[in-house]
Design a protein around this ligand. Structure first.
Ligand SMILES: Nc1ncnc2c1ncn2[C@@H]1O[C@H](COP(=O)(O)OP(=O)(O)OP(=O)(O)O)[C@@H](O)[C@H]1O
Length: 653
């Protein structure tokens, strides 16, 4: 058992030493290391807002605690410990399976648990366990991002983000809020390395710039769920584990990790249900979102980015997901999420907040202090209001049920600009301008100064981030084999679907009736046979192509996602294993056709065999065209097929 445990932690070993270094620095700073058994029993220094500690975020992320618990992990004592936050679902990132009774006790994240009761009652459950990871401090200063819009005649630049400054540390959950189109997703993509570096400004990870090494340390949950609809939850997470977890782990350990994530996310009940999509019903929206999150947390990332993980979910499910993010953060990860309009309970779970309006920064700081800040600049809610709703209204420039700052009130009273005043309230543009200016004059400089302070990490640890070494989860052949089986499972439904079988059978019957025992002794009959062969060639040529047209967009989205996460080597995909399973399936289909054809249409054996092999080759060629996802409108084999038809005709004569 002990041996297994240490190998499961193999990838984390380098990180463990890092965490120990961090913990040592906390020690040397005189900070007492005490284990927090529950968020509710002993308030977190970070969350209580204590600013007296030298390294409050480090204490908060409990790297020190990890150090203590590491001994337990190595000795096997902590392996089955489930943790739970107040909402009653478990999250144990040990990479080991919990005993079934413990899973039951920990009340996993399921749709019918009594989690709210726990929340209200404040029942304390064992805390989250995770493997230690490299702590990553993310800082961004004056980030500006522009895109070039190319028209037919003109080219113009559009400002998407204007001078955004902020930071997030291990152990913190940062929320990006703002109205639709304010730039949240763009900022998240920039921070997560998903789009090119900012046009202006700096973006650092442990005071280093972005490197490819970070790809396997970053989990990124996109707004759109990119999953294969015909794979089950378990298959999806197992393939993710096989592709993404380090080579040091055995296949069994990776599969076990997938099971653990299923348990942690409370997906046991639907683990054998397919994901589903537009045409096929599968798991629910909340379960699908959890699978997407599971796909990312399976690698135990140091940095986790999520783009609107709660959109489309009911408030309880949304609260549970944010609770889970809070637990992940508390285990020492850096978590950044965009969110549209959280409930007030959900809002209080964020440590830090960035409020964006039209690409500009309106607030960056502790989420708990946002209301205080806005009231200090003269904007307070006049009625009881959800803070998130109040902030989004402000970011939209809407001052209904909100006090008007005296500077803006003067403008309204003077009424000197009709355009700036609507219904005795300042216009949204004026409010936006005021909020941007207020932040810049009162807070921005201070925040920028804070970011100049070097992060409390060893130089060696900092440099680790800039290592150019990429880490593949699986070898080339393993990737190829995983893609082969995953593709086969996903597409077998296409090949064996009733729709497809009916299409092929009905075409065969119609052709059979049209060319029933056609005469092969006369030149006219042979001409008809040539027409039939041409029809069959075209039919089997275009049939797979039409399948490819519909599957390619989905495959492409998946490829981009997996390439961005360094899950696959491009060469492996370009020699895509789809060929390997498509070829026999298509050739099998064409083989059945040729047998049928020889019987129904009365083709003579000598002529038929040449045509048959040519036709199989032809079908194979089309499969290759299809799988390369290039639609070849001109099939070169058609050219080679013509002499065969001619030879067959001559033979028959
Ligand atoms: N590549 C691009 N080309 C042109 N415009 C862009 C591009 N990327 C972003 N934008 C524009 O930038 C603005 C911000 O987009 P972004 O997706 O970041 O907003 P958002 O706050 O995430 O919105 P939502 O909440 O609706 O997802 C939008 O007006 C969008 O149209």
């Amino acid at each position: 058992m002990e041996k297994t445990n240490s190998s499961v932690l193999a990838r984390a070993k380098s990180d463990q030493s890092v965490v120990e270094t961090v913990a040592a620095s906390v020690d040397s700073g005189g900070t007492s290391l005490h284990r927090k058994s529950s968020r509710r029993m002993v308030p977190s220094p970070g969350r209580s807002g204590s600013g007296s500690s030298k390294n409050p975020h480090i204490r908060k992320c409990r790297s020190a605690q990890m150090r203590i618990e590491l001994d337990e992990v190595n000795s096997g004592a902590a392996l089955s410990r489930a943790s739970s936050a107040s909402l009653g679902f478990s999250f144990s990132f040990t990479g080991f399976t919990m005993p079934p009774d413990e899973i039951a006790d920990s009340k996993p994240f399921s749709d019918d648990d009594g989690s709210d009761q726990d929340l209200e009652a404040g029942i304390c459950k064992p805390k989250l366990q995770t493997e230690p990871t490299l702590p990553i401090y993310l800082k961004f200063t004056d980030v500006t991002y522009k895109v070039t819009l190319k028209g037919m005649r003109t080219t113009q630049e559009k400002d998407i983000l204007n001078g955004i400054t902020g930071s997030v540390n291990p152990g913190e959950l940062l929320a990006l809020m703002g109205p639709s189109g304010s730039g949240k997703t763009t900022l998240l993509n920039l921070l997560g390395g998903r789009i090119n570096q900012p046009t202006v400004g700096s973006l650092t990870y442990n005071d280093q710039s972005y490197s490819k090494f970070l790809k396997c340390r970053i989990g990124f949950v996109t707004q759109d769920d990119v999953l294969f609809p015909h794979l089950t939850v378990k298959e999806t997470l197992t393939y993710a584990a096989l592709l993404r977890l380090p080579k040091t782990l055995t296949r069994e350990q990776k599969e076990k990790r997938a099971i653990d994530v299923i348990n942690e996310l409370g997906l046991e009940r639907c683990q054998d249900t397919i994901i589903g999509g537009s045409f096929v019903r599968g798991v629910s929206g909340g379960e699908r979102k959890r699978v997407c999150i599971g796909n990312e947390i399976i690698i135990n990332p140091s940095l986790l980015f999520l783009d609107e993980p709660t959109s489309g979910l009911d408030s309880t499910t949304a609260l549970r997901i944010v609770q889970m993010l809070q637990d992940i953060a508390e285990a020492g990860k850096t978590v950044v999420t965009t969110i549209h309009q959280p409930s007030s309970r959900l809002f209080h779970k964020f440590d830090k907040l960035i409020l964006l309006g039209k690409g500009s920064l309106l607030y960056f700081g502790k989420a708990s202090e946002a209301m205080v800040y806005f009231s200090s600049i003269g904007c307070s809610p006049l009625i009881a209001m959800n803070p998130a709703e109040f902030l989004i209204d402000l970011a939209n420039g809407n001052l209904h049920d909100v006090s008007v700052p005296s500077e803006l009130e003067d403008k309204v009273q003077m009424g000197n600009s009709e355009a700036e005043i609507r219904n005795r309230k300042p216009s949204p543009a004026v409010v936006h301008e005021y909020l941007v200016e207020a932040y810049e004059t009162r807070v921005a400089e201070n925040e920028k100064k804070k970011l100049l302070v070097p992060i409390p990490l060893d130089e060696q640890v900092k440099l680790k981030v800039s290592s150019p070494k990429r880490q593949w989860g699986a070898s080339w052949w393993e990737q190829y084999s995983i893609l082969f089986w995953r593709g086969f499972k996903e597409r077998r439904h296409d090949y064996f679907s009733w729709l497809r079988i009916t299409q092929v059978l009905s075409t065969a019957i119609i052709l059979g009736l049209l060319w029933w025992q056609s005469d092969t002794d006369s030149p006219k009959g042979l001409q008809e046979q040539a027409g039939l062969l041409f029809f069959i060639g075209v039919f089997w040529g275009f049939f797979p192509v039409f399948t490819a047209i519909f599957t390619f967009p989905q495959e492409r989205a998946m490829l981009s996602k997996e390439r961005a996460a360094d899950m696959l080597e491009t060469e492996c995909w370009s020699l895509f294993p789809k060929h390997a399973y498509s070829l026999p399936l298509h050739c099998g289909g064409s083989g059945i056709w040729t047998s049928y054809r020889s019987y129904i249409h009365g083709l003579e054996e000598g002529n038929y065999s040449g045509l048959s092999s040519c036709h199989d080759l032809h079908a194979s060629w089309w499969v290759l065209c299809e799988e390369s996802s290039d639609i070849h409108f001109l099939d070169p084999l058609s050219v080679f097929q013509l002499p065969h038809i001619q030879a067959a005709s001559e033979g028959a004569v």
